[in-house]
Every structure is written in C-alpha cells, then in structure tokens.
Ligand binder design. Structure first.
Ligand code: AMP
Length: 213
C-alpha cells in the first residue's frame, strides 16, 4: 500500500500516520520531519531548507523530491509506506508518479483531511512537539502529564518556530494556493477519499480506516 495523506498543516496527518505505523507497520515518510532532522544535524540541506521553513514557504520541489526518491528505496519501504506532507505541489505529485511507475508501482490511495482554517490556527498555535520522538501535545486539549515534558520519552517539548501565529497564516495560504490543487490532481485519478478531520483523533482514525477499505 502506498498511501498519501493530504491536508493542511495541523489537520492531524502526522498523528494518524503514527497510528498507522503502529497498527499496520507501514513506515511514515514525513518530509517535514526529514527537513527538521537535517536542520538539527546542521547539514547544508538543513541550512538551505530552514530559510524557507521559518517563513512558512515551501522548500524547492527538487530538494523534497530527492529526499523521497532516496528514502523510498530503503528496504523498509518495499511493502509500502505512508507519505505525510508530500506531495505538496502538483509537480511533486507528478514526479512521485513518474518515480513510482519506473519501479512498477503507483500511489494506491490518497486521503484528504478536510478542516476549516479557523480550527487550524488554534490547533497549531497551541501545539507542542517532542523534538526527540515526535509526539505531539496541545496546551489546552492534549496537555502532557508533566508541564513541558514528553509523556513518552521525558524530553522537553518545543513550540515549533513555524507554529507561531504570523507563520501559521502564511502556511495556510501556501496550502490553499499550492497544495489544494494536489487534491484535484488525485481526484481526477479516482484515488482520492475525503474525511472530516475536525473531529477527535479517535473518530478521525475510524474515518481513515473506512477510507482505506
Ligand atoms: P510539516 O512538518 O509537514 O508541516 O512541514 C514543515 C515545513 O517543511 C513546511 O512548511 C515546508 O516549509 C517544509 N516542507 C515539508 N514538506 C514539504 C514538501 N513536500 N514540499 C516543500 N516543502 C515542504
């Protein structure tokens, strides 16, 4: 199964991808996590990506396509994988189709997480992330047991630079301009299913299971 999770930032793609990793054992390929990893390792790629990410802009297509091309060739991806945050532009979707067809594969299913912008602003501005294991919390709706510490690994929680209000607006407008057309690209292939992402994580997980049937 090659699955694409599509939706605006804060719509819960990462949370649901992590549940699928546990339930179905497909690896989660998040370009956002890969880029943040490159930044924390201080690589050249990370340095270049950071200037785009801090502004809420997209990193150039060729950079993220290269990351996905390499990552999907690793052995754990041979039975399938979940793409979370990629593709984010129509050229990325086209490059993915081309790269997969060269390997005799294809995207099997795309699930669009639908949710209003107003809900996303409060979700993102209150989000706190564990820089170690990637677990996510919220200052009001999903508080950690100990203030500022990850429940799973005890690492300090951080407020992502791009989860600040001024950058959130930019990321949402980038989503509507550049990523929403990707949903239309997949709709035209008949592979797109839409789910209501405004409900609780458990309800979204059920809707996602239905969409994968
Ligand atoms: P995310 O963690 O998915 O919200 O991504 C955080 C940031 O990483 C985005 O705002 C972009 O700057 C960058 N990014 C992640 N994935 C992509 C992608 N597929 N194409 C371009 N930029 C990306």
């Amino acid at each position: 199964m090659i699955l694409v999770l599509l939706g605006p930032p804060g719509s819960g793609k990462g949370t649901q991808a992590k549940k699928l990793v546990t339930d179905r054992k497909w690896p989660q390929l998040s370009t956002g996590d890969m880029l943040r990893g490159a930044i924390s390792r201080g690589t050249q790629l990370g340095l270049e990506a950071k200037s785009f990410m801090d502004k809420g802009a997209l990193v150039p297509d060729e950079v993220v396509i290269g990351l996905i091309r390499e990552r999907t060739q690793e052995s754990d991806c041979q039975q399938g994988f979940i793409l979370d945050g990629f593709p984010r532009t129509v050229p990325q979707a086209q490059a993915l189709d081309k790269m997969l067809s060269e390997r005799g594969k294809q995207v099997d299913r795309t699930v669009l997480f639908e949710i209003d912008d107003s809900e996303l602003v409060s979700r993102l501005s209150g989000r706190r992330t564990c820089g170690n294991c990637g677990a996510m919390f919220h200052v009001e709706t999903a508080r950690p047991k100990t203030e500022g510490k990850c429940d799973q690994c005890g690492h300090p929680l951080t407020h992502r630079d791009d989860d600040r209000p001024e950058v959130i607006q930019k990321r949402l407008s980038v989503y509507h301009q550049q990523t929403a057309p990707v949903a239309e690209y997949y709709r035209s292939t008949g592979k797109l299913r839409s789910i209501d992402a405004s409900t609780s994580p458990t309800e979204v997980a059920h809707a996602l299971q239905d969409a994968l049937k």
